[in-house]
Design a protein around this ligand. Structure first.
Ligand SMILES: [Zn+2]
Length: 245
């Protein structure tokens, strides 16, 4: 039967308490609410970025389309102006005159069609530019939100890390000079039992598993020498009895 000084057994409960607080603080660190929010917004930011890129490409395509329409209009207009000045100069003969007038009619019609195409392309470009600007604004807004949450998360994490460092220092003091066999049993049980290796016996109840011990086990535990390390019959954890009970 393992034994350990009563005072060490009592102090083990304080070590256990510190270990639990460290475990809880680390859990808080891993589950900071900002982490889930950042993950969600990062997904949305990626979608918005993709959208902004697609709309940007659309704008480039439409700019090319508008330029082409402008060039087409310019070419036909130049041709019409050339024909018009030849007509105005009076240098053309009757046959040419007729041909020039006929061509001018065609060119005017063509110019009007091309101007319609140009106008329509410009309108589509304007719409595309507006929606590109909108997508970019939305993406920038999400990016700013993520940066803010990231700063918030970093502040909260730094606070918790300070807290952990304090508890760890406290734990070192509490564990100093404790019976080595008791500590190693505690560490082993703690690993096996979700962070709780030692618990107090409160009345007939083990505070580790919250089970009430049966009368026979309880009697055996209560009658065991004070320096004997007893274990909960239900969960196997080190059971620490009240000192001087
Ligand atoms: Zn128990």
């Amino acid at each position: 039967m393992a034994t350990a000084p009563v005072a060490d057994q009592q102090r083990l409960l304080e070590v256990q308490d510190a270990d639990l607080r460290i475990q809880q603080a680390r859990h808080r660190l891993e589950t900071l609410p900002q982490l889930a929010q950042i993950a969600e917004l990062t997904g949305r930011a990626a979608d918005l970025q993709e959208d902004a890129i697609a709309r940007g490409a659309e704008v480039s395509d439409l700019r090319r389309e508008v330029t082409k329409a402008e060039d087409d209009v310019q070419a036909v207009r130049a041709r019409a102006e050339r024909d018009q000045s030849r007509l105005d100069s009076g240098s053309a003969n009757a046959k040419d005159l007729q041909a020039l007038q006929a061509e001018l009619e065609v060119l005017k019609k063509r110019l009007s069609d091309l101007e319609d195409i140009e106008l329509e392309a410009m309108e589509r470009l304007e719409t595309a530019e507006a929606s590109h600007a909108d997508a970019t604004r939305q993406r920038d807004a999400i990016d700013a939100q993520i940066a803010e949450l990231e700063a918030e998360r970093a502040r909260a994490a730094a606070d918790i890390q300070d807290e952990v460092a304090d508890i760890e220092a406290e734990r070192v003091l509490k564990a100093e000079g404790l019976d080595a066999a008791l500590v190693s049993l505690y560490e082993r049980l703690r690993d096996q039992h979700g962070g709780v290796g030692a618990a107090a016996l409160q009345g007939p109840r083990c505070l580790g598993c919250n089970m009430t011990l049966n009368a026979g086990d309880l009697r055996a535990i209560e009658s065991a020498p004070a320096d004997q390390v007893v274990r909960c019959e239900e969960c196997g954890r080190i059971l620490v009895r009240k000192a001087d009970a």
